[in-house]
Design a protein around this ligand. Structure first.
Ligand SMILES: Nc1ncnc2c1ncn2[C@@H]1O[C@H](COP(=O)(O)OP(=O)(O)OP(=O)(O)O)[C@@H](O)[C@H]1O
Ligand SMILES: [Mg+2]
Length: 319
């Protein structure tokens, strides 16, 4: 696949923030997204996995044109993503819509469900009156809710129902892609599979492209065609679902997989803390936690290299 055939394409994408410790501290640069390259074919799911602070939501905000990149390029449907003017942002909102982690926070508690789902279509002047009313009913049905739900308020719904409402709202503008940032993390485990299956159904019916973000490798593995393993703003490994799950090459991917498997039995997760993205380790970003780290890893940063087909890994070792 080339960037030209991808629905979403990122090249050398960077996002830095200036941060200051305390009121009079010196300001420093924080590298939240540090040079990402990836292509997402239309109708597929690209899964992004990584621990807290690895840059997942920052990348989501870039994809949603909510913030500008510091450098590099991001194309959606062949168009350069820009958060410049209001009109440009509006055009991108029609193309790419978000579904976020917490449906409690993302739905206005003062609005009825029907108004919440109708709002983006109203803002974009797509429909009004009875046509808008009917469309809201159809959207609610398409996510497995009764049209009568339109009269209710968010606090009258369960967490799973609320996330269905958030999905219905995202679909109103008939976007071509959804950015799903931890879409099931706030839900009971028993509800998570229902929402993931609903998202799969919707994708099959509408041919949508998904970028799915999760700290949970099991969720990403269930949903994705390709997976990027993010660590401190960089891909440690990038490949098809099977490359990453069945043939992981990077020690970090292996640690995530092991913790994902052991968590089911023991509740454990990856040991030791992720370093600060302000004081990055020299050489490989993962060296301070890597059981294989050598002198070379502390001095020389491994560049991503192909380990077969479109499977790439940023590690000096052949593991
Ligand atoms: N507006 C901002 N200003 C300064 N630093 C920021 C800003 N947004 C994010 N960061 C920093 O960028 C890094 C990446 O944050 P981000 O929210 O993208 O991580 P994440 O992978 O989504 O984490 P989580 O799993 O906790 O949601 C973090 O160190 C965070 O503190
Ligand atoms: Mg996040």
């Amino acid at each position: 696949m080339t960037a030209a055939t991808a629905f979403i394409s990122a090249a050398r994408l960077h996002k830095t923030y200036r941060v200051r410790k305390g009121l009079f501290g010196k300001s420093k640069t924080l590298h939240a997204v540090a040079g990402l390259d990836f292509d997402v074919p239309p109708g597929s799911t690209f899964g992004l996995v990584g621990e807290s602070g690895s840059g997942k939501s920052t990348l989501a905000r870039l994809l949603l044109a909510a913030e500008p990149a510091t450098s590099g390029e991001l194309h959606v449907d062949g168009r350069l993503v820009s958060s410049g003017t209001v009109a440009e942002r509006k055009a991108f909102h029609k193309l790419v819509q978000p579904v976020l982690q917490d449906p409690y926070a993302s739905l206005n508690p003062m609005m009825r469900i029907g108004e919440i789902v109708a709002e983006p279509m109203r803002v974009h002047g797509l429909l009004k009156g009875p046509a808008l009313h009917d469309r809201v009913g159809a959207l609610l049905e398409s996510v497995g809710l009764l049209p009568e739900m339109a009269q209710r308020y968010p606090n009258e719904l369960s967490g799973g129902q609320r996330q269905r409402v958030a999905i219905a709202r995202a679909l109103g503008l008939e976007p071509r892609a959804l950015v799903l940032d931890e879409p099931v993390s706030a839900l009971d485990v028993s509800i998570q599979a229902q929402i993931l299956n609903l998202l799969k159904d919707i994708q099959a019916r509408r041919g949508l492209t998904y970028v799915l973000i999760s700290h949970d490798l099991a969720v990403v593995a269930y949903m994705s065609n390709r997976i990027g393993v993010l660590y401190l703003g960089e891909f440690m490994e990038l490949g098809s679902r099977d490359d990453i799950i069945r043939n992981p090459k990077h020690p970090y991917t292996r640690a995530l997989l092991a913790s994902s498997e052991s968590r089911v039995e023991t509740g454990a997760s990856v040991v030791s803390e992720i370093p600060s993205p302000i004081a990055l380790p020299t050489g490989c970003r993962y060296q301070s936690r890597c059981p294989h780290a050598s002198v070379r890893c502390r001095q020389e940063k491994p560049e991503p290299r192909s380990v077969g087909g479109m499977h790439s890994v940023a590690c000096h070792f052949d593991l």
